[in-house]
Design a protein around this ligand. Sequence first.
Ligand code: NAD
Length: 454
Amino acid sequence: MTDITDITDTDTATRTSATGTADLVASLRAVFRSGRTRPIDWRRSQLTALRALFTENRDAIADALYADLRKPRFEAYAAEVDLPVREIDHTLAHLEEWLAPEPLAAESLAGLPDGTTAGTHYEPLGTVLVVAPWNYPVQLSLVPVAGALAAGNTVILKPSELAPATSELLARLVPRYLDPEAVAVFEGGVPETTELLAQRFDHIFYTGNGTVGRIVMRAAAEHLTPVTLELGGKSPVFVDRDTDLSVVATRLAEAKFRNAGQTCVAPDYVLTDPATARGLEVALAEAVHGMFGDDPQTSDAYGRIVNRRHFDRIAALLDSGTLVFGGRTDRDDVYIAPTVLTGVRADDAVMREEIFGPVLPIVEVDGLDEAIAFINDRDKPLALYGFTENETTRGRLAAETSSGGLGFGLPMAHLRVPDLPFGGVGESGLGSYHGPHSIAAFSHRRARLDVPLS
Ligand code: NAD
């Protein structure tokens, strides 16, 4: 599958850091080696400070997100302040428990001298690099940073240059709240990231598209550095016949059209039978009207496309299938109306790449077997959603397909449950994080065996 792009916006200036990258990495590594970041008290103090960064700067964060994405304030608070704060609170509440060494049961020590004990414990990796995207530029920068700090590492954060107001805000706030010798924000675009990637890190955590994911993994291979790749893809939604279509449409529209569809786990397309498709088209029109009124362009609740390059890319996908509603575009305002297309075929442009915008195609299938085959003919998606009350159908979707996450009934909600691992599989990513899974991502699980001398 084509990747959504390695587009960089020519409208957006990149900034170069004055600090030499090699010196920066060396200084963070020296702090790690001094042992400062290992004690749980230090980790707790950083997480508490990070929490304060969010709660004391809610409005500045929402302002930056408005400047970068016209992100509606309630969306900014919910996704980029409240969700990370919940993640931090959950981590603070469980940190000792998650870090506790795990002893092995005695029976696995058979044949070793009496008194032998064994188990595993987490140790921090060292100095980690977090490379973040522009679509949730606060959450997707600072939730990984929280995980890296909870695991006892030093961190360099490279925010996305395509969200410049947010990048600048993070560069200003992070050193004011977090230990400036252990956490650095390094701003810039491709040249700066390339320079960073040439350094040796102990882990690289990348969120973005698969093209750059491959660049990151190649650079990491030079140093045998482990990576987490949080990528994207086309996340399908199966809508069964005989479901309550007004509930389905409301939940589908919420997940698809918030942030103008620029969400990695947004439903990408719908698979359903022709009769259900007809009902869903009507219900979606009502749901979208309920969210944004007669003219979404004038609604405070509707965002914009991040830049003109992405606008052009998405606008070129509108010429697929039959328009149900939407389709209006305004390039000067980087506005694309919430749009539903129906009768879309597998080879239409809108089905050939991740949409990452406010366009929802409906592809007709004659039932579950064809839907499963359609999903399995494509790359493994980041998420797969189902609307069905039928247990057998749920079971078959779970057993006969693969995806990073699987959600029935409420698309995107799985990412709000911190104890669920969040990540992709195959083309949609490698590794996972959130809650205890962030500790695992940013740690080495060390084996320990203690044999008595007498
Ligand atoms: P982006 O363009 O902001 O790129 C992400 C990061 O990669 C940025 O920090 C950027 O500076 C860096 N980068 C870009 N080109 C580079 C290069 N040639 N070499 C080195 N670094 C480079 O964001 P994007 O990729 O447009 O984001 C959208 C994609 O990310 C979609 O595919 C989406 O599904 C995916 N995504 C995934 C998740 C997830 O959690 N799995 C979350 C958000 C977005």
